[in-house]
Design a protein around this ligand. Sequence first.
Ligand code: PLP
Length: 365
Amino acid sequence: MPWFTQDFGNASSLHGPGRKAEQAIEDARETVARILNCHPGEIVFNGGGTEGDNHAIRGGAWHMRHAGHGAHLVSSPVEHSAVGETLVRLSEVQGFTHSLTPVDHYGRCTPDALLATCRSDTVLASFMLANNEVGSLQPVSELAGIAREQGILFHCDAVQAAGQLPLDVFELGVDLLSISGHKFYGPKGVGALYLRSGITLESNLTGGSHEDGRRAGTHNTPLIVGLARALELAEQEREEHVARFRRMRDHLIEQVMLRVPGAELSGHPVERLPGHASFVLDGIDSGTLLMHLDVNGVAASGGSACKTGNPEPSAVLLAMGYDERQATGGLRLTAGRSTSEDDIDYAVNVLASSVEKLRRLVVAT
Ligand code: PLP
């Protein structure tokens, strides 16, 4: 709070209040670096997961092409749009090409499949640690091992995983890794990018020499301090929270499978985020379902970018082999720190009756 209310110094200024803010940012950098098991100089603060993904991919791709290594990028078809759309833009208007490593029915890639997607001119690979829509975990350290053998930069979008899984960049073997404050109970609009020492990225934002010339723009001191503190708390309490998330999630999955006819668990049954449950509800438009849930106080997400009456199938579910009809019926429910077993029982009751109503409506029309 003091960084919002009384200590307004600009961290780039040489006066006392500025130096105080700079010290707070450097302390935050040390905290984040300790948790990611890297050097503080390898952390770049930014405006969130989208910016970190863009910086890593665009910056890595431009730098590698400039150095004459090639212009081919690889990723998976289940990435967040912060990665997927960035690859599309680079390919459509900036002269790169990209290929997507196929995923299995759980949304996971194998190292062999990645190897088969790489070419002699591949310069960068980007794979997420945990999927936002279906919760499945990618075997990132194995994928990063393949990239290393091929001399390819490896970026990992760890936005969903932070606060729930260990994020040791050395163990993961990644070159670049992005996280975002709001996924671990920190502030929105702030993130951090791990950038392994020795790697140069073209800067996405040019201007001042903030963040060692890697990200221009005045530091948002309160958000950076908040991100580091939230990550520190999440890490200190991770095992305790994860054990609880798992219990809640397993109860939720069990109840949904028991009470909602035709529900299928999507994503990997075991290798998934501890608090994450996702389902495919055949014949249900998830946009309409989400509205029914919302009016009854259940905040959920759909898999697809849907508008009522015009459901768009989820690209993630399609890539996992679901058909178009199934891919419009994705539902994601997550357990958080304050979720109780009663909340879950309530949500499942609402879900079961909403699905029944929607199915009756479909039969009637
Ligand atoms: N990557 C993943 C996997 C996400 O789930 C999200 C956001 O939900 C992002 C990137 C984008 O992060 P931000 O919202 O901080 O820009």
